[in-house]
Design a protein around this ligand. Structure first.
Ligand code: NAD
Length: 488
């Protein structure tokens, strides 16, 4: 049966171009179906614009909106395995990772539901005034949510849940490569009783469907996760429309092993930080800084741990690294490594596709460690979004901070040290939205997440993550019965 898409609460065949979801492990087709057309975008926006204003949603108390999110959270966990497998088919991540992403989506829905139940307006303090003021939080209206392929279900819930909790309607445009988990999420929201029109899922080309969506005057906020160049383009559109945009963008995050670090813990943390998800993570710790006095010893252990990683079929237990999202993406990763070679770098391990005949039909690439590059090489500066770690020595703290911050990005960073005073000091100096100390890639839904510099604008998660989808209205209440103004 041909996959339908979810437009304004109805399951319909898309009227746009054919879209194909492929399993990156062998290129086989998971689904092939018509994506959304511009007419479908129009229908979704009309439905959304009506839906968020209807009393059925606008007048629901926050705890009533929260009920839908609690139910969705339960439904997601009841189908965790099915959703994880679907996402592994869509983007090739190992099952252990997609199971965690599904649990994260359920946790987000639950956290947002609980936070939504306890949202309050504000009563600014005032004494002896002849009026009092309230500040209430109100919805923005129709939200355009646009997501990438690397952690679809988790990043999609991170947008849908707070937007709905804030009383808005959401139109989600998932990445071309990963439409299936997003459509399954729509099914679960429908089953949980979300009123019609509040959520649409429109698979399709970003430049056509995504672009038309964000340009529509009825769309009042863009919530985007993806590459920095796309984010910049969307920021221009938001500026023209004078609407808000939350932008979660790319990174080239530094991780630092200090001389006093627990070497084994640090090396394993660094390896996990770059090579989990095959490096296809915005927060991947893709630049490693090692003190020059320990450079060779740390590198030796790092290479041993990296060579032990298991690259293989993402549905096999115990696999650390699955295929990359597509052949084209693998070619782009390989081109960076070739460029490093041409610049005289040492490719210390990896640097090619695996030779295992069982893996030749998938877009696999070995975990790769490179050193000997100048810090201004494109390989050190640009986001590769693959399993490639560049290693650089540092002399002293001033040199370290200068090198670590010498990037247009500022998403995340990691510090491995036994000295918490030093860790605090370094953390304050690093230009990054998240600093992990003696850990990496850990997330709390209550803790704000977002980037410095070209890694983004705005923060997701936490209670403020819901308010980001609301606008404040200040209401003045006169307390005096006498006429106001000149007569006083
Ligand atoms: P991408 O920017 O190419 O695409 C992201 C989404 O934007 C897709 O849905 C795509 O269809 C859509 N899109 C593309 N052009 C568009 C346009 N002109 N108008 C509207 N929509 C458009 O990114 P990608 O390759 O899917 O994802 C990888 C990137 O995402 C990396 O740079 C990564 O760092 C970033 N990312 C960031 C975070 C974060 O939280 N900061 C998380 C995950 C991924």
């Amino acid at each position: 049966m041909t996959q339908k898409i979810f437009i304004g609460g109805e399951w319909r065949l898309g009227r746009g171009d054919t879209t194909v979801s492929r399993f990156p492990a062998d290129g086989s087709v998971n689904a092939e179906f018509p994506a959304a057309s511009l007419d479908d975008v129009e229908d979704a926006i009309s439905a959304a614009d009506a839906a968020w204003r209807t009393p059925d949603w606008a007048d629901r108390q926050p705890h009533q909106r929260a009920e839908v999110l609690y139910r969705v959270s339960d439904l997601i966990m009841a189908r965790q395995e099915e959703l994880a497998r679907l996402q592994t088919r869509d983007n090739g991540k190992p099952l252990a990772e997609t199971r965690a992403l599904v649990a994260s989506a359920a946790g987000t829905a639950r956290y947002v539901a609980a936070a939504c139940e306890t949202l309050e307006g504000e009563l600014p303090t005032q004494r002896n005034a002849d009026f009092m003021t309230f500040s209430t939080y109100e919805p923005l209206g129709v939200i355009a949510a646009i997501t990438p392929w690397n952690s679809p279900i988790a990043s999609e819930m991170q947008k849908i849940a707070p937007a709905l909790a804030g009383g808005n309607a959401v139109i989600l445009k998932p990445a071309e490569a990963t439409p299936l988990a997003a459509l399954k999420l729509a099914e679960l929201f429908e089953e949980a009783g979300l009123p019609k029109g509040l959520l649409s899922v429109l698979p399709g080309r970003g430049r056509i469907i995504g672009d038309a969506l964000v340009r529509d005057p009825r769309v009042r906020k863009i919530s985007f996760t993806g590459g920095t160049s796309t984010g910049r383009h969307l920021a221009h559109i938001a500026a023209d429309k004078l609407i808000g945009a939350s932008l979660e963008l790319g990174g080239k995050s530094p991780t630092i092993i200090c001389e006093d670090a627990d070497l084994e813990q640090a090396v394993r943390g660094v390896v996990y930080g770059i090579f989990s998800s095959g490096g296809q993570a915005c927060i991947a710790g893709s630049r490693l800084f090692i003190h020059e006095s320990q450079y060779d010893a740390v590198l030796e252990r790092l290479l041993a741990v990296t060579r032990d990683l298991r690259v293989g079929h993402p549905e096999t237990d115990g696999v650390h690294i699955g295929p990359l999202i597509s052949e084209a993406h693998r070619d782009s990763v390989a081109a960076y490594v070739d460029q490093a070679r041409a610049e005289g770098a040492r490719i210390l391990t990896g640097g090619q596709a695996p030779s295992d005949p069982a893996l030749v039909s998938g877009s696999y690439y070995l975990p790769t460690v490179i050193d000997g590059l100048k810090p201004d090489s494109a390989v050190c500066r640009e986001e590769i979004f693959g399993p490639v770690l560049v290693v650089l020595p540092y002399r002293d703290e001033a040199d370290l901070i200068a090198q670590a911050n010498d990037s247009v990005y500022g998403l995340a960073s990691g510090i491995w040290t036994a000295d918490y005073r030093r860790a605090w000091h370094l953390a304050r100096k690093l230009e990054a939205g998240t600093v992990w100390i003696n850990t990496y890639k850990k997330f709390s839904i209550a803790t704000p997440f977002g980037g410095y510099k070209e890694s983004g604008l705005g923060r997701e998660k936490g209670r403020q993550g819901i308010q980001a989808y609301m606008q404040q209205k200040s209401i003045y209440l006169g307390l005096d019965s006498a006429p106001i103004g000149w007569s006083r």
